[in-house]
Write a protein that binds this ligand. Structure first.
Ligand SMILES: NC(=O)c1ccc[n+]([C@@H]2O[C@H](COP(=O)([O-])OP(=O)(O)OC[C@H]3O[C@@H](n4cnc5c(N)ncnc54)[C@H](O)[C@@H]3O)[C@@H](O)[C@H]2O)c1
Ligand SMILES: [Zn+2]
Length: 364
């Protein structure tokens, strides 16, 4: 088991990463001073796989658990589901001091985090991520939210967990497309901040996709360590934390145009490919380095060329990019690479260049 620390003064917490560590969750909660009872919120896919193991681990230290299950899927990340969870927490006699554990992917994590931040003005919250995306991205950093109307993550709160417990063994049951989805954020973390880690991915992506536990553990540690540092220095995304949006300015537009048929990870992969081309055309990023990133994206089973149905809508993609929330004074904000492992934030990309890259995108 390895530990990554998120330093946030009195809100500091640890990310514990290892194989089989679900069994240790109870004793770690006890060490944190929790006793008597806890609530686990999970979804219908994850509950039959891991809820009993987590419950058992808590029972060993005499913590009684209520398990609350929600249907799986992004459609559950709503105020309506949050409302039903408040009722279920009250029915379970959850008190101010009762820890609420989010067992599942990013949907369960974001929703449970939001509910924990608001129920009784805040109850202790523990992340037990079971998808790769949740382990490397959503469980770290304290962004919690629900979707509302057609807007994603529009209602939420910054609310840090007390602990993150990432059991690598749970990835064995993760559907392959979800593993691929999470790998986009892993590649992004390496590309923006850690060349050594990127080289590790070049050498080990095949083992990772074959679920080699040691490689996956390394990947989760290497992805969360820089995110933990960034969050410590810029918890509320007023500056440095924005580098995490590499690939996302264009990625979000592609995701939206596809009406979310393209998964987030695939869209981010495509966004990275396009944004790297912008950096190449600006003379910032050597072409050969952009090609190395494309190669790793392909090794992870992620796309590098626009699907036809998106390709036909390039005009709309361009309009959406221009209207992204990161646009400042008519300038589109991008996180570009100077080199693998070195990112910078710029408002200096002309819309014409974005258009040129988008419309010149070769098909493979
Ligand atoms: N808070 C943040 O900083 C942040 C960052 C990135 C993404 N997000 C959010 O995360 C969400 C996406 O997270 P996700 O990709 O984990 O989606 P998800 O929670 O929907 O999980 C993906 C699927 O895998 C299943 N699953 C999860 N773990 C499993 C396991 N071990 N075995 C078998 N099945 C398993 C889930 O039931 C679901 O069907 C989005 O709502 C996104 O907005 C938040
Ligand atoms: Zn993302």
């Amino acid at each position: 088991m390895k530990i990554v620390k998120v330093e946030l003064g009195e809100n500091s917490y640890e990310i514990r990463v290892g194989a089989g560590i679900l069994a240790d969750a109870g004793s770690w909660l006890k060490e944190k001073g929790f006793s008597r009872k806890a609530v686990i919120i999970t979804d219908t896919n994850v509950e039959p796989l891991y809820a009993a193991a987590l419950e058992k681990s808590l029972a060993k230290v005499n913590i009684k658990t209520n398990v609350i299950e929600i249907p799986a899927g992004e459609e559950q990340k709503t105020l309506e589901t949050a409302g039903s969870l408040y009722k279920k927490l009250a029915a379970a006699y959850a008190e101010r001091s009762t820890p609420v554990l989010a067992l599942g992917g990013g949907v369960v994590g974001d929703l449970t985090g939001f509910v924990s931040a608001t129920y009784m003005r805040g109850v202790p919250f523990v992340q037990v991520p079971t998808s790769l995306l949740a382990m490397v991205d959503s469980s770290v950093g304290g962004k919690t939210a629900v979707d509302h109307g057609r807007m994603k993550n529009i209602v939420g709160a910054f609310y840090q967990p007390r602990m993150v417990i990432a059991d690598i063994d749970t990835l064995k049951t993760l559907p392959r497309e979800e593993l691929i989805n999470g790998m986009a954020e892993v590649i992004k973390m390496a590309a923006i901040g850690d060349k050594g880690f990127f080289e590790f991915l070049e050498g080990h992506m095949k083992q990772a996709m074959a679920l080699d536990p040691a490689v996956l553990e390394e990947i989760v540690i290497k992805s969360t360590t820089p995110k933990a540092g960034i969050v410590s220095r810029d918890e509320r995304e007023s500056g440095e934390r924005m580098v995490l949006n590499h690939g996302h300015t264009i990625g979000h537009a592609i995701e939206a145009i596809s009406s979310f048929k393209i998964k987030h990870g695939q869209a981010v992969a495509l966004g990275m490919v396009a944004e790297n081309q912008i950096a190449v055309k600006l003379g910032m990023l050597p072409e050969a380095e952009a090609a190395r990133i494309e190669e790793v994206i392909k090794l992870a089973g992620l796309p590098t060329a626009l699907p036809d149905f998106v390709s036909k809508e390039k005009d709309k993609v361009f309009e959406l990019i221009k209207h992204d929330k990161k646009v400042l004074n008519d300038r589109i904000r991008f996180v570009l690479l100077q080199d693998i492992g070195r990112a910078f934030i710029t408002d200096d990309v002309k819309p014409e260049l974005v258009k040129e890259v988008l419309f010149g995108w070769r098909k493979t």
